[in-house]
Design a protein around this ligand. Structure first.
Ligand code: F0G
Length: 458
């Protein structure tokens, strides 16, 4: 096997300056943002790892397609291109374009969800859960136990627990199950992949009880990479064929195209069943737009039609997964406790293990997020008790299970020297770990507090 360095499989045509502030300036910016990096301006950030969603760099082919777009209200040729691209990949006949993933979730889960209905997923992403619960239905996570042990090496930590899935179905009765949703890769569980065997097993259970089976497929190309390299049966398959096979088991899918669609906005819902698709199309027209554009412009649809093909290129996917792993393994070797093995789109750091002297009610994850910004201009996101913490009746914090920090890597945006620089910042993080103090919340909204909460350093 070649030991050659993995290079970025592109050259750069348009550049955007990086904003580099001094550490002193960053201290001030952070103070002004009340120690919440969501409140920073992007011009104050050097490396933005807040999300991999909508942050991809488009290719010259995508930009060229943009110019060619047809902005007709109905029946635009850009819609034909997008329809064909999605149909070739998924095989589903009914395709509904939306402005992003959660719009497709609202349409489908808002239609089939209601009080008494239960949805089961390996792990519901926040917006998925929110849309299900907003309909009055219940969302139950059903991840294999290996999936929630941060340091355990296991090839498919995103898998659904099949035995438990059947138990939950029997307990709630099949007719009350709204859908089974398989999220690939499992974002909330660390970007961990789901195996083809698992996707097939979910199909077997859904068929046995006649339950709707939906793929949340926003990172399905990244998932296909892991299947090819970890599941023997697929070592000679193309990434595209692996994804196609996974779609073949399900009854439909929801995609936030802002991830593996390689675009800055877009999404879709695709279904096999005409009756369900007709009902969803009515809702689409009421809230998103006519059925041949949803919430998208012609140029958005053109860019996505191209992106959905580009994302499966072997050179791209190898670079993508290897570069995420490169950052994770590099900082892991320095002694930074991370979630292992490294997933597809992000590196997750275990802040509780990094800062054992900071109790959970002083938010070790928030402390790390602030340190990364101060020391390196790196913006990351806390996924711990700031995001998921609740209060009991006495006002005492009920902490989250884990105190993680996510560094999500935008696609095709940063080079290896950027990533090397980011890894170097962790030398300072490690050297200074015992001096870092926790935070307290001084102001917070009622819902989704991590976006706007204000903090004070202790
Ligand atoms: N499903 C998954 C698995 C996601 O990761 C996301 C978004 C959505 C659905 C919703 O899609 O944002 O287009 O409405 N995840 C982003 C993230 C926000 O940062 O992980 P959307």
């Amino acid at each position: 096997m070649s030991k050659k360095i993995i290079i970025e499989p592109f050259k750069i045509k348009t550049v955007e300056p990086l904003h580099i502030a001094t550490e002193q300036e960053r201290e001030q910016y952070l103070k002004n943002a009340f120690y919440n990096p969501f409140l920073l301006k992007s011009s104050q950030v050097t490396f933005d790892f807040l999300t991999d969603s909508g942050t991809s760099a488009m290719s010259s082919a995508q930009w060229a397609a943009l110019i060619d777009a047809d902005e007709s209200y109905a029946g635009a040729s850009s819609w034909e291109h997008l329809w064909q691209s999605i149909h070739d990949l998924t095989g589903y006949p009914y395709i509904l374009p939306t402005h992003q993933g959660r719009a497709a979730e609202r349409i489908l889960y808002g239609y089939i969800g209601k009080p008494g209905k239960v949805f089961i997923s390996n792990t519901h992403f926040d917006t998925t859960r929110a849309n299900i619960e907003f309909s009055g239905a219940t969302a139950i996570d059903c991840l294999i136990p290996e999936g929630s042990q941060p340091s355990l090496i296991y090839p498919f930590k995103g898998n659904m627990d099949i035995e438990k899935l059947e138990e939950i179905i029997l307990q709630h009765k099949a007719e009350n199950i709204g859908a089974v949703i398989l999220t690939v890769t499992n974002n909330s569980g660390g970007g961990q992949p789901v195996s083809m065997k698992n996707a097939r097993d979910v199909k077997r259970i859904c068929s046995k009880y006649s339950i709707l089976y939906i793929l949340d497929c926003c990172r399905i190309a990244e998932n296909a990479y892991f299947i090819k390299h970890r599941e023997k049966e697929f070592e000679h398959h193309s990434y595209f064929d692996i994804a196609k096979e996974m779609f073949s088991f399900a009854d439909g899918c929801i995609m936030s195209a802002k991830k593996d669609g390689l675009v800055n906005i877009g999404g879709f819902l695709a279904l096999r069943d005409k009756k369900l698709a007709d009902a969803c199309t009515n809702l689409l027209i009421i809230t998103e737009g006519f059925s041949t554009y949803g919430g998208l412009s012609g140029r958005d649809m053109e860019a996505l039609a191209v992106g959905l093909k580009e994302v499966f290129a072997p050179g791209y996917l190898t670079y993508r997964i290897k570069s995420t792993t490169y950052l994770g393994e590099k900082i892991s070797k320095k002694g930074v406790p991370i979630l292992l093995p490294v997933g597809g789109h992000a590196v997750y750091i275990d802040a509780k293990a990094l800062y054992p002297h900071i109790p959970v009610h002083e938010y070790p994850g928030q402390a790390l997020v602030c340190e990364l910004y101060k020391k390196g201009g790196i913006r990351s996101v806390e996924i711990g008790s700031v995001m998921f913490g609740k209060y009991d009746e006495q006002g005492k914090l009920i902490p989250s299970k884990m105190e993680l920090v996510r560094m999500a890597i935008p696609r095709r945006v940063y080079t290896q020297s950027h990533i090397d620089y980011v890894a170097e910042i962790f030398d300072e993080i490690i050297a200074d770990r015992n001096n870092v103090k926790g935070y307290k919340i001084i102001e917070e909204p009622e819902f989704l507090r991590h976006f706007t909460a204000k903090f004070q350093q202790l």
